[in-house]
Design a protein around this ligand. Structure first.
Ligand SMILES: *Cc1c(COP(=O)(O)O)cnc(C)c1O
Length: 487
């Protein structure tokens, strides 16, 4: 069994084994004809059930053969130009290379003595990101597992700052008084975080958006004033830079001014919109982000990085002390005086992947402009897609995209009840998924069923969008036709 350990004696077997795995995936990429096969859980479950985990195959070639039927054959492929579903990107090769290196070396980013250079590389990338945001020299941050965790940590810092007397509020930590303001289009991790932080579900005040799906700062101002009048504490305002549903960007400068006025922590959730930090032409859309107290970025969304790769950035690095705990077995307090860089002092995680290496390899090979251009291309594509939808009488499109998302619904030529139109759209989405021809997402707008393209693949063309719209219309019409027959 020692022959399976990765070490000096097995270097040759490592090379062979990983190369074989890479070749299988490369073949798969070269031959995949659609983003999905349409397999159902009921079809796939028995295949996986049939595997006896207590009867190993003994060698990696056999395990790779088996992997074809249990995973690779039916996986959902984000690199395919007709995958238009959730916020998943095709990945860039330098990042995948970084992934292969980081898992083989297996550094753990909690302490210097488990990582050495990896810690400094991560710190340099945090500094780089802070530079792009426009934060000053006091800024800091840390990589996380994803936007949800980044948001949780940001709100933890905000909570600790609020209960430490910020905003003129003194006295015992009465968590029931704390309020978080975020738009009705903000990510559900804001609510989840509030719950995890002991604030309760009514702590999050949902601010309506305008027709453009951006937070209405006038309403925010009124709600902040009401909060103050009721003796409650505006703990944080979460502005979203790239909402999950619409890609809309809240008015950051106006929100920053209100955060200053009311002494609230300003968090910018740029999990989706962070790609603009590298964009050669659209960086201005994030103006005002530099006034935030904290920022979430998901490199695994708009920087074309493999899952996971995210970070929380803070304008004043001292705030990260709220996540600092010392343990004799890991990061004893003396290491601070000794200036040993232990990233665990800033993180909610302990053992932690060297995800930063993927971004490092990406920037070293492609440069920031290279990544930013890819994101620009999908934003340009979204503009083209919007023009297509706006000109197409079969479709209602919700809002002109600020970045790369299109939300629309099929509307039939003949009269149909709103419920039937909802069902027809949902049916079209499911039928498309089952066919494997394309994958699109869905959401609700004002209670009605809509469909969504999240465009993150520069290989997708306007012709792909047009073709998928034809497919959707076909399925929706078929559904309504059958409904009429049966009615
Ligand atoms: C995706 C997303 C998140 C959550 O990020 P994960 O990496 O999925 O945890 C948070 N906020 C916004 C706006 C997002 O789009």
């Amino acid at each position: 069994m020692r022959s399976h350990l990765l070490n000096d004696a097995t270097a040759e077997s490592y090379r062979r084994s990983v190369t074989e795995g890479v070749e299988r995936v490369a073949d798969k990429l070269a031959t995949t004809r659609g983003p999905f096969t349409g397999v159902t859980p009921a079809e796939l479950a028995p295949v996986i059930d049939a595997v006896d985990l207590d009867k190993p195959l003994g060698d990696s070639s056999a395990a790779l053969d088996e992997l074809e039927s249990v995973y690779l054959r039916d996986a959902v492929y984000f690199h395919h130009p007709r995958y238009l579903g959730h916020l998943n990107c095709p990945v860039v090769i330098p990042a995948v290379l970084g992934e292969a290196v980081l898992s083989a070396v297996n550094s753990s980013l909690d302490t210097w003595d488990q990582s050495a250079g990896a810690t400094l590389i991560e710190r340099k990338l945090i500094d780089w990101t802070n530079g792009r945001i426009g934060f000053g020299p006091a800024a800091d941050g840390v990589f996380t597992s994803g936007g949800s965790q980044s948001n949780l940590q940001a709100l933890l810092l905000a909570r600790e700052e609020a209960t430490a007397g910020r905003g003129g509020w003194e006295g015992p930590a009465d968590l029931s008084k704390l309020r978080i303001f975020s738009s009705e289009c903000s990510h559900f991790s804001v609510q989840k975080s509030a719950k995890l932080l002991g604030l309760g579900m009514d702590a999050v005040i949902s601010i309506p958006v305008g027709r453009d799906k951006r937070m209405q700062s006038v309403v925010l101002a009124a709600e902040l004033e009401a909060c103050r009048a009721e003796g409650l504490v505006p703990m944080a305002i979460v502005a979203t830079a790239g909402t999950t549903d619409f890609g809309s960007i809240d008015p950051l400068p106006e929100i920053a001014a209100l955060a200053d006025e009311y002494g609230a922590w300003m968090h910018v959730d740029a999990a989706y919109g962070c790609g603009l930090l590298a964009s050669p032409t659209r960086r201005h859309l994030l103006e005002g982000i530099e006034r935030a107290d904290s920022v979430t970025v998901d490199f695994h969304k708009s920087f074309f990085q493999p899952v996971s790769s995210s970070a929380i950035l803070v304008r004043d690095g001292a705030a990260l002390r709220h996540a600092t705990y010392h343990a004799d077995y890991l990061n004893p307090a003396r290491t601070v005086a000794e200036q040993i860089p232990n990233q665990v002092d800033k993180s909610l995680q302990t053992t932690r992947r060297f995800d930063a290496l993927k971004l490092w390899m990406t920037l070293r090979v492609m440069g920031a402009d290279g990544v930013g251009q890819l994101f620009d291309e999908v934003c340009d594509l979204a503009a083209e897609g919007f023009a297509l939808l706006a000109a197409d009488p079969r479709y209602d499109v919700v809002v002109e995209p600020q970045i790369s998302t299109l939300v629309y619904r099929y509307i039939p030529e003949n009269v149909a009840s709103p419920e039937d139109v909802d069902r027809a759209n949902l049916h079209a989405r499911k039928a498309l998924f089952a066919s494997g021809e394309a994958v699109v997402a869905g959401t609700k707008v004002d209670g009605r069923q809509y469909l969504k393209f999240t465009l993150l693949n520069p290989e997708t063309t306007a012709a792909d969008i047009a073709a998928v719209l034809d497919l959707i219309a076909g399925y929706a019409e078929q559904y309504l036709g059958e409904t009429l027959v049966h009615a």
